[in-house]
Ligand binder design. Sequence first.
Ligand code: PAF
Length: 293
Amino acid sequence: MKIIRTARSMTAWSERLRREGVIIGFVPTMGALHDGHRSLIRAARLRCDALVVSIFVNPAQFSPTEDLTTYPRPIVRDRALCREEGVDVCFEPTARGMYPEGFQTTVTVPALARRWEGEARPQHFSGVATVVTKLFGIVHPHLALFGQKDYQQAALVRQLVNDLNLAVSIQVRPTIRERNGLAMSSRNAYLSPDERRIAPMLSQALRTGRQMIVGGVNDVAAIERTMRQTIEQTPAIHVEYLAVCDPNSLEPLSVVTDRAVLLGAVRIGSIRLIDNLLVKMPGRKSRASPQYS
Ligand code: PAF
């Protein structure tokens, strides 16, 4: 496995392979790789000839009060996982390389970034959109894979790829969960054993919401109330939002007609956890959702 640190060498590598007709897959990450990343890497491996994983803790998507300096960076373990999974290139740019002096362009996707994570983390999505656009411009992949765990991020990436006519195909893969339902995330490493024990309440609340919808309840206020009550049984968990939304626009629904996405964020101590579930009303003919298959 090659480790490439500069944009220029990364692009040169990709361009050489593209000229030979090689299909390049790409999994962008911030490192601290877990089984969720592993499943993206494996899915990419099946769909391409050469595979690039980027490991870059992107300062632009952290606010000054967030965990940029303490974000886990187990680079030796991350590289070992990439090697094990047959990754061809680990692209590990520096912050200076990505944002040199004089850098000024940002990418924003205002409507999709407005609510939910965008409300809690105002600069986050422009940081994500900017770095993902840059990474696509550097790596030149045919295909890039994202996890459904970050549903809003995936929706936004799809939107920017469409809006900016970027020649990359986006695939969103299912969330990988621990046995107790907790969605895998690099930030789970921050949870103490007690916090880890209660963290699955978020996925449990979303599952309860989904059961209600599948059982025929379409009143969103009732669904949201029940999801909230499920979590509020555990006082150590603070609900930030639990919402039933349109799976494409992410706007809140008042009634579920065919498809919905249940979005949730909670805080346990200082740790924020997010999760989501897609739901389809049984027996309803659904509008095709371009977001997720
Ligand atoms: O999901 C992540 O790990 C990051 O937001 C991403 C897409 C790698 C951009 O920094």
